[in-house]
Design a protein around this ligand. Structure first.
Ligand code: SAH
Ligand code: SF4
Length: 353
């Protein structure tokens, strides 16, 4: 398996190619023009193109399945060089808007939901990704290439705004080194120039790694998959809660450097008759006291073989209302792409790869 040119930061690339200004040119071809081969990099000398083709691939991913939803969500299944597969999702967050004369006011806004591992070690009982166990970490290039491939496939110019959410398959903080490198590569002004403010890392709550990520000062936002307000239920849902309990997560979040205008997002997966009651809502308000938090309620998305159930619309809204009334900002995640295999791991399962 050859490394990908997208594994390298521009500084690393400048160590490989001489003279170093070639690194900027290559970044332009890869991240502005989305080329698939070194031969297409017209302003590079022939010898350099040959050398790079010998040692690297440009894009390490191949699209092997794609599902388009009515709401504009597109789910992709990628094959990696070793035949393993991961998913990414292209999410339309905001429709384009026009004025009365039909003039475009602003373009549609998109987010890319990326995977960070093949499988996952955390083993959450409600998550389809966990069922297959853990295979391996993704390389920085395999993380970066998901965004490049989705932008290319959707004819999305490099300089159009793109948000990144690390919410696909895998636990990003369990692959912290490669994640950090991908974040840096995305930020590069000669590349996609996606600022850290537009990148959100979702974690199941490895508290020591939350602290470490904070200390790295990358500037990214965090989203905590909390899902439960007492340790007993949380351990049933997320077994590694034994080692990283709720208190340790709250402590870690309090130490995380947050942009003063922003809030830490807490994801709360709502499962019928498990955590959808007002007693839980009350505990949640108490738990988040003193934190600039925002809660995002997620409907559990059932799949064949699970005993967990989707909560009712009424319970979901009652929960939200309780939080809002008690001063906690709370939204309900609309289940984008519910008609395609929206929950993480479902397209992979269906394709049987
Ligand atoms: N490992 C990280 C990021 C990937 S999971 C984390 O756990 O935060 C991304 C989100 O998908 C998590 O909030 C997870 O709870 C949610 N998820 C997993 N399975 C789901 C399902 N069946 N229905 C709805 N959300 C699910
Ligand atoms: Fe891993 Fe996140 Fe799925 Fe849990 S929810 S198994 S941490 S991917």
């Amino acid at each position: 398996m050859k490394p990908s040119i997208m594994d390298l930061t521009k500084e690393e690339l400048a160590q490989v190619v001489k003279p170093p200004f070639r690194a900027k040119q290559i970044f332009g071809w890869v991240y502005h023009h989305y080329v698939e081969s070194f031969e297409e990099m017209a302003n590079l000398p022939k010898a350099l193109k040959e050398e790079l083709s010998r040692d690297y691939v440009v894009n390490p991913l191949k699209i092997v399945n794609k599902e388009v939803s009515k709401d504009g969500t597109i789910k992709y299944l990628f094959e990696l060089q070793d035949g393993k597969t991961v998913e990414s999702v292209w999410l339309k967050m905001k429709d384009e808007e026009y004025d009365e004369e039909g003039k475009l006011l602003h373009e549609a806004k998109y987010s890319v939901c990326v995977s960070t591992q093949v499988g996952c070690k955390v083993g959450c009982s409600f998550c389809l990704t966990a069922k297959g166990g853990f295979t391996r970490d993704l390389t920085p290039g395999e993380i970066v290439a998901q965004v490049v491939s989705l932008k290319k496939d959707n004819n999305h110019a490099h300089n159009r705004v793109t948000n990144i959410v690390y919410m696909g398959m895998g636990e990003p903080l369990d692959n912290l080194e490669n994640l950090a490198k991908a974040i840096e590569i995305f930020k590069d002004q000669d590349g996609l120039a996606i600022s850290a403010k537009r990148q959100t890392v979702s974690t199941s709550g490895l508290s020591n790694k939350i602290v470490k990520l904070g200390e790295m000062n990358l500037g990214v936002h965090i989203a905590i998959s909390l899902h439960a307000v007492d340790d007993e239920l949380r351990t049933e849902l997320i077994p590694m809660n034994k080692a990283h309990n709720i208190d340790s997560i709250i402590e870690a979040v309090k130490r995380y450097p947050i942009d003063t205008r922003k809030r830490v997002m807490f994801e709360y997966l709502v499962i019928k008759d498990k955590n959808d009651d007002l007693k839980s809502a009350k505990k949640l308000v108490k738990l988040l006291h003193g934190i600039k938090a925002k809660v995002n309620l997620i409907y559990f998305n059932p799949y064949p073989g699970t005993d967990y159930k989707r909560p009712s619309y009424e319970d979901m809204h009652r929960f939200q209302e309780y939080l809002t009334k008690h001063g906690v900002l709370c939204t309900i995640r609309d289940s984008k792409g519910i008609d395609i295999s929206a929950a993480c791991g479902q397209l992979k399962e269906k394709t049987n790869k």
